[in-house]
Design a protein around this ligand. Structure first.
Ligand SMILES: Cc1cc2nc3c(=O)[nH]c(=O)nc-3n(C[C@H](O)[C@H](O)[C@H](O)COP(=O)(O)O)c2cc1C
Length: 214
């Protein structure tokens, strides 16, 4: 190869490497703290509920864990697990599925999970919860925007209950590009989770989940 051709090739390779490193730096974020937890209520014969979740920065994992523990306090047996860990729904009598929202939609791993386990999910009570930061009001525009978040999930499975909860944005857990997106849409930041509201929702579901046929 002529020298000039080799030099051009080296410059092009260095350019591609620099771009790849730039993309990596802009999209890197710390791995979220995932939670896998199981608890048992005081009724050994009680229904077993799976609380499967999808998260990017961990706040939905913590919500799923609290939800599972609240179900156990109501006598049931429950497991909180990241959705990627759930390979079968055998042995569960009901499911609570929760996801963070990114760009107006549930995280893709949750809808992939739902497609894979659609038959099993369609045969049991399923409740949805969504952790998000925008479209928080009760005005028609906010309600319509929130409905979009779970539209794909509702196409797959009809939930018996659905709730939307304010989530959390911790800039330290976001990539540079995510921080930019959050700033662009002027999203609130901080931990806005209302644990009493979440517990109240679980209490309202518990009787229906407890009586689901196994
Ligand atoms: C890049 C980015 C995009 C987001 N997009 C939306 C959105 O479209 N609508 C919304 O209500 N919240 C949005 N959020 C807020 C998250 O859904 C919220 O912070 C959630 O609690 C994150 O959950 P996690 O910690 O489990 O990942 C977004 C957050 C980030 C960082």
């Amino acid at each position: 190869m002529p020298l000039i051709g080799r030099r051009r090739l080296l410059v092009a390779l260095a350019g591609v490497a620099a771009i790849a490193m730039g993309i990596r730096a802009a999209t890197w974020r710390p791995a979220p703290q995932l939670i896998t937890a199981a608890c048992q209520g005081d009724d050994p014969m009680a229904n077993k509920i799976i609380v499967a979740y999808a998260t990017r920065t961990g706040s939905t994992a913590e919500a799923a864990d609290r939800i599972a523990r609240r179900l156990c306090a109501a006598g049931m047996s429950a497991q909180a697990r990241p959705v990627a860990e759930v390979t079968s729904l055998d042995g569960y009598s009901a499911a609570i599925l929760g996801s963070a929202v990114r760009y107006s939609a549930w995280l893709p791993e949750m809808t992939v999970f739902m497609s894979t386990h659609r038959d099993a999910l369609s045969a049991m009570p399923v409740a949805f919860f969504t952790m998000h930061m925008l479209a928080l009001g009760d005005d028609p525009a906010a309600v319509a925007e929130r409905a979009k978040y779970t539209a794909k999930a509702r196409d797959l499975v009809t939930p018996t209950d659905e709730a939307f909860f304010e989530g959390m944005i911790d800039p330290a857990r976001l990539s540079f590009l995510d921080r930019l997106a959050v700033r662009l849409v002027k999203s609130p930041v901080g931990d806005r989770r209302d644990w009493d509201r979440i517990a109240g929702w679980v209490d309202s579901l518990a009787p229906r989940l407890a009586s689901a046929p196994t």
